[in-house]
Design a protein around this ligand. Structure first.
Ligand SMILES: [Zn+2]
Length: 294
């Protein structure tokens, strides 16, 4: 049994061996698994006791990992100086995005799934139809109402993200929620009744006033922070000039392959892969190499 402890929506408690943990993400190649999640017995060694209910969050069908949402205060003792398991492993809180860059890909995927199911479990304690308690299904990843029998599956919210190109330049924008200088491609949630292509068109038109053509599927990525699935597209500009939706977008513009801003999304994200795709399609080999070695 492995346990992922989540002190907040963006962090996870992991264990590292001394000497292996320099600067997460900098020197450790992806898949090197220098960080790993604590095991139940290691938590016992650290005198961390968790409520019994926590142990059945995701082990209802024999899954190997249990997730526990903690408040920050509960994490403090774990991180006190001198805390360490007999094996010499050191617990630390790292961001889940950093974990994605430094942990084994399967473990990372399981961690994300665990977080998704843990958060969803906490939000579906009672039936939305009759308000009776829900319990885990014994046959599938779902919860069943103990009174009316309604079945609920883990909620996954689809969101689209898109690389829009005009005459060899990429549309990038900075949302108000992002710090100064941080640019990315546009993205937004799919609305009820929309297909994915319509969601792409609407989002770009709403946020930047542009029309599109050749909307083409690119790739996808689970984004369980807490429960999204990102579906990525490429598209061509078909009309209009940039008109910002000022409540959401602080600035936007067209960037050539040699003009990609210094602050862009993490290597882990599908947003980054769209930017890399753009430079590989429209830039030189040197420009692509420069981006890939950032
Ligand atoms: Zn019910």
């Amino acid at each position: 049994m492995r346990v992922a402890l989540f002190p907040d929506t963006r962090s996870v408690v992991v264990l590292t061996a001394p000497g292996e943990h320099s600067s997460p993400g900098e020197h450790s190649p992806r898949g090197a698994a220098l960080h790993r999640l604590p095991r139940e017995e290691e938590l016992r060694d650290l005198a961390i006791s968790l409520p019994p209910a926590a142990w059945r969050v995701s082990d209802h069908r024999g899954e190997q990992m249990t997730g526990v949402l903690l408040d920050s205060a509960a994490v403090e003792p774990l991180l006190q100086e001198g805390a360490g398991t007999p094996a010499g492993l050191i617990p630390a809180v790292i961001s889940r995005r950093t974990a994605a860059d430094t942990m084994d890909i399967l473990e990372c995927s399981q961690m994300n799934r665990t977080y998704h199911l843990t958060a969803w479990n906490g939000n579906t304690r009672f039936c939305g139809a009759c308000a009776a308690p829900m319990e885990w299904s014994t046959v599938e990843t779902a919860k069943v109402c103990t009174t009316c029998g309604m079945v609920q599956y883990p909620r996954i919210n689809p969101a689209v993200i898109m690389a829009v190109v005009r005459e060899g330049k990429l549309l990038m924008a900075r949302a108000h929620r992002h710090p100064e200088g941080m640019f990315s491609v546009l993205a937004g949630f799919v609305e009820a009744g929309e297909n994915l292509e319509l969601a792409v068109s609407r989002e770009v038109h709403e946020e930047c006033g542009l029309l599109l053509r050749n909307i083409t599927y690119f790739s996808s990525q689970p984004w369980p922070f807490p429960d999204s699935l990102m579906i990525a597209f490429t598209a061509e500009h078909a009309g209009g000039e940039i008109v910002l939706e000022e409540s959401e977008i602080a600035e936007a513009g067209w960037f050539g392959p040699g003009e990609i801003p210094p602050r862009i999304p993490d290597t882990y994200s599908v947003a980054r892969r769209l930017i890399e795709w753009f430079v590989s399609e429209y830039g030189t080999e040197a420009q692509l190499r420069k981006l890939l070695t950032r």
